[in-house]
Ligand binder design. Sequence first.
Ligand code: FE2
Length: 329
Amino acid sequence: MTTGKPFQVVELPEHKPQDDGVLFPVVLLPNTDSTTIQLTAFEDAIRDHKPWLESLLLKSGAILFRGFPVISPSDFNSVVKAFGFPELSYAGGAAPRTQVVDRVYTANESPLDKEIPFHHEMAYLPNPPTKLFFFCEEEPRIGGETPIVLSHIIYEKMKDKHPDFVAKMEEHGLTYMKIAGDDDDPSSYTGSSWKSAYKTDDKNIAEERAAKQGIKLEWRGNGAKMISSPLPAIGVEESGQKTWFNSLIVTYNGPATDKIGNRNTSVELGNGEPVDDNVVKDLLKIMEEECVAIPWKKGDVLLINNLTVLHSRRPLIKPPRRILASLCK
Ligand code: FE2
């Protein structure tokens, strides 16, 4: 155990050894008795130790704050604001979300018994958030974890396993497609309508807003097909390390929209070639092997570097579960 006032770093049974010896995620508890620490003291601690916290986030990829008095959505909003990162609007986002207070939104309103595969938040858009906050307002009884995995490990393992396909991804990028209805479909984790995604009922305005993100809208009977320009599928960290920065698995395995299993999202290589089923199978296996899933505790705040870490959602087995989110530029 090491200390960094007013926080203490702790190791949990779910942690896995990392090559560089850095905990993933770093778990920080209050250094004082958590029954006496006030929310304002936590906010002050964040402001006073921001460079240290940012260096931890850069080294580890994720920080879990546990045992701090964060109870309500507005408490969480204050914690987010204490970090002072600029807010990112959810324009063009695929998930059904509702604003709860100021910078705080529901994480994803699709049915909690369904899994959401690994993704970097909004990697299907040109300007995704750099950081994400999650907050556990209601702790799941069983299941409903938010597993995280280091993206550079996925890149390295996939490059070993499928060097040709990964080379094509690097060369051509990926093109994402989604069928967006006129109305939100809360049964699907990518169920936001074109009206919600572009915050307008006007098709011309929606087209203009989509075009700014490199997305073409093809109008259909009851909605639009959104087609992205090819986007880079591999990211590069400041260190030069490459990452699996894309939305391949979450769009390839998108939710079914009808009884015969048509999917409401799809993905192909930027040159129009299809994604190989075996690539997807191996990718799912590697992600599951490498991820860390720490069960949520009420009041947890998880800060994720969205550029270096992928996250997912495991099915909830025993309710309740309420996780809120906030996205930063
Ligand atoms: Fe997400």
